[in-house]
Design a protein around this ligand. Structure first.
Ligand code: DGP
Length: 210
């Protein structure tokens, strides 16, 4: 009998919402309960394309806005064979940011429509669950200063948050909003419960496409 596929689970949210912490805790909890799970993150800065993106984010290089948008998308596409292989092998993937960050961050720049921004990611594996870690800008500010990278300003993050809100209206995507203002443990419990439900249902469903 073929093995049951893993689930593709994505965490999205504005900076400081706790995505990376929660991805790590979820992978650990799944593994401890005997479910194969691994973490991935986008951008994946380890590839050749990822290094171009990393230099751009660190402001060591400037790239034209459409070009960098396509590089972020290409960075997701280059990992698709690996994503599919892992899922087929029964490993659940917990992904820190995905195409939704891609659309939200570029469309927050002047002159970019949501529609144009979504096009390069059409056909990517569709997540079985996208959890949006919701945190108000004032609560995010209480968690400390933004870093030095590109995009790390409160004005830009507010624009990104608005774009995410528009994206969450798409009912063809399984969005779940998580209140990220709770304690790390409470947020984790919420995320773990949602993920276990998804892992059980994804087993019997085909992987979709964005
Ligand atoms: P992180 O490594 O999670 O801190 O993400 C790096 C930064 O890049 C963060 O500010 C969000 C932004 N970002 C992530 N994915 C994309 C994307 O696909 N397109 C654009 N323009 N920005 C992205």
């Amino acid at each position: 009998m073929a093995c049951k596929r893993g689930a593709l689970i994505v965490l999205e949210g504005v900076d400081k919402a706790g995505k990376t912490t929660q991805c790590k805790k979820l992978v650990q909890a799944l593994q401890q309960s005997g479910r194969p799970a691994e973490m991935m993150r986008f951008p994946d800065r380890t590839t050749t394309i990822g290094q171009l993106i990393s230099a751009y984010l660190e402001k060591k290089s400037d790239l034209e806005d459409h070009t960098v948008h396509l590089l972020f998308s290409a960075n997701r596409w280059e990992l698709v064979p690996l994503i599919k292989k892992k899922l087929e092998q029964g490993t659940t993937l917990v992904v820190d940011r995905y195409a939704f960050s891609g659309v939200a961050f570029t469309s927050a720049k002047p002159g970019f429509s949501l529609d144009w921004c979504m096009k390069p990611d059409v056909g990517l594996p569709k997540p079985d669950l996208v959890m949006f870690l919701q945190l108000s800008p004032s609560e995010a500010a209480l968690r400390g200063q933004f870093g030095e990278e590109r995009y790390e300003t409160s004005v830009f993050q507010k624009a990104v948050q608005q774009k995410f809100e528009q994206l969450m209206k798409d009912r063809t995507v399984n969005w779940q909003v998580i209140d990220a203002s709770q304690s790390v443990e409470d947020v984790h419990e919420n995320i773990r419960t949602q993920s276990l439900n998804t892992i059980n249902t994804a087993q019997n469903q085909q992987l979709g496409e964005l």
